[in-house]
Design a protein around this ligand. Structure first.
Ligand code: HEC
Ligand code: HEC
Length: 468
């Protein structure tokens, strides 16, 4: 009898252990197939333009499809099982509509591992916008079908804003929040100002968002997560009106809590030196815990997600361009817009600082900081003037680009450095260059906490971080 109870307990606890993993797998499946296209609204390209992508893509037998490869390399989309992530072909009123989904930005690769819910490190929205704008201009010229025209004109606007050199990102792997801002000017019937800045950020990881939402969304918490509506942010300016958001809001709530809320961080795929983890954890308690908080796990070792807190900008001292984007003028535009009732502002967080994010799955989230300005975990803990001023974003998620010792991106070799720096200065979009607007790598160095860390201490902290 006792034996039975023992086995029943054993089975139920392992079932429970599997439950989070199973929920994660289900969530990953749903999310990678997700988009918000409905009634012609959404992030789309011109109707039937997608056909040429699928012409070669559909029913292909061999792996190396040239169109998919080209799109992967040029625009930085993630390819998994020969499929472009976050790119869909939707049949709508006898048309093939190419639709962009959330995972174009919110799935990524790290050390060659595909991770649903990780930010895409390589995507270049500017190049996508510029090229589609040029092609669409001539595509379907003279087509008078109103359904066609409706989508085509929106797609033209979407690609035009994305490729506006005054507000777009300057480096691949960075997404400009400025494009979201354009929605509110359009909503008020005014042209957006060309000098409003770019507000370039890396696409964030999404595990733990269910708990984070309560403290505010995006990397500064200035936008309220209460109504969930900001989570639609990236889609807003691509749609013709706020009605699209109202229509899909219930689905966004469900997606955030029931799908994204079940995502787990990826496990570190290489060896971890367990002897050093405990020491690293202790050092973390002294140097990092005050801001980043605890990272407790349940009995099966899965994260207990909690909300992060905002650290004032005069303390963290990282690049402020993103914070300045939430200007008083912008706040006013939001609050008086047609969506003012559901897009809330957390006034106490406006231009205050950045979240000290929870560090679950941090090994995979390089390059680090909201603007992706620090290439490795090791460099996060050293003085800004000792950090790399250039590094490559090309194929940043591939295994050959992963530096296991410093945990993050590999750097340029000495013999190529000079030529790469020249390219960086000329604006090469594959190279991250800290002198570009919004891309400063200053800050996140706290003398009182980091000053006494030795080389070995930093490596031990990294060993602990690998377990998160
Ligand atoms: C063009 C790229 C892109 C697309 C497409 C996109 N997002 Fe995002 N998303 C971002 C970026 C960049 C941020 C971070 C903005 C910031 O913090 O300033 C973000 C933020 C978020 C956040 C808040 C994360 C946090 O930590 O507060 C959620 C949730 C989210 N997106 C969900 C979605 C969903 C759902 C979709 C599909 C409807 C989607 N995103 C489509 C780029 C994108
Ligand atoms: C004084 C508060 C504070 C302390 C102490 C602190 N951090 Fe941070 N940390 C932050 C803030 C705020 C950010 C976000 C800054 C930004 O994105 O601009 C951050 C960001 C990070 C990131 C980048 C996260 C990402 O998603 O890119 C890492 C990694 C990190 N911290 C690790 C550490 C480690 C390791 C320690 C201890 C050795 C530490 N931090 C100590 C406040 C702190």
């Amino acid at each position: 009898m006792k034996k039975h109870i023992f086995f029943a307990l054993l089975i139920s606890s392992s079932l429970f252990a599997d439950e989070r993993l199973q929920n994660h797998q289900k969530a990953a499946e749903i999310f990678t197939n997700w988009h918000f296209f409905e009634n012609g609204r959404g992030m789309t390209i011109s109707p039937n333009l997608s056909k040429f992508m699928w012409m070669l893509g559909e029913d292909r037998q061999n792996k190396s499809d040239p169109v998919t490869n080209f799109i992967e390399k040029r625009y930085g989309f993630i390819v998994k099982d020969d499929k472009l992530m976050g790119v869909f072909n939707v049949k709508y009123k006898n048309m093939n509509v190419g639709v962009l989904g959330c995972t174009a930005c919110h799935s990524g690769k790290a050390a060659g591992v595909f991770v649903p819910g990780l930010g895409n490190k390589t995507i270049d929205p500017y190049k996508v916008g510029r090229d589609t704008y040029r092609i669409q201009k001539y595509w379907g010229w003279g087509n008078r079908n109103p359904d066609y025209k409706y989508i085509h004109e929106k797609a033209m606007y979407f690609s035009k804003v994305t490729s506006d050199t005054k507000i777009s990102s300057l480096t691949r792997g960075l997404v400009p929040d400025s494009t979201i801002k354009t929605f509110f000017y359009k909503d008020h019937g005014i042209d957006y100002p060309k000098d409003m800045g770019r507000a370039q950020v890396k696409a964030p990881h999404l595990w733990g968002i269910k708990q984070k939402r309560e403290a505010g969304v995006f990397n500064d918490g200035a936008l309220s997560g209460d109504s969930y509506a900001w989570i639609f942010g990236a889609e807003l300016f691509a749609s013709d009106s706020g009605e699209h958001l109202r229509a899909v809001l219930p689905k966004i709530k469900w997606l955030t809590d029931e799908v994204l809320g079940n995502l787990l961080p990826p496990k570190y795929p290489f060896k971890i030196d367990n002897n050093r983890v405990n020491r690293g954890k202790e050092l973390f308690s002294n140097a990092c815990l005050k801001c980043h908080g605890a990272h407790d796990t349940d009995t099966n070792g899965y994260p207990i997600f909690t909300a992060p807190k905002v650290i004032p900008k005069h303390v963290v001292k990282t690049d402020e361009e993103k914070l300045n984007a939430i200007s008083p003028e912008f706040v006013r535009l939001v609050e008086t817009s047609s969506l003012g009732d559901i897009l809330g502002i957390k006034h106490e967080n406006v231009q205050k600082g950045y979240f000290a994010p929870k560090l679950w799955g941090i090994w995979s989230r390089f390059p680090y900081m909201h603007n992706a300005s620090i290439p490795s975990l090791y460099q996060v803990m050293i003085k800004p003037e000792k950090r790399s001023i250039i590094f490559s974003m090309y194929e940043a998620g591939e295994e050959y680009r992963f530096d296991k010792e410093n945990v993050g991106l590999t750097l340029f070799e000495k013999n190529e450095y000079k030529t790469k720096l020249i390219k960086a200065k000329k604006g090469d979009r594959d190279i991250y260059y800290i002198e570009r607007e919004g891309q400063s790598n200053q800050g996140h160095y706290f003398e009182d906490k980091f000053g006494s860390l030795s080389h070995q201490d930093r490596l031990d902290i990294i060993e602990y971080l690998k377990t998160l």
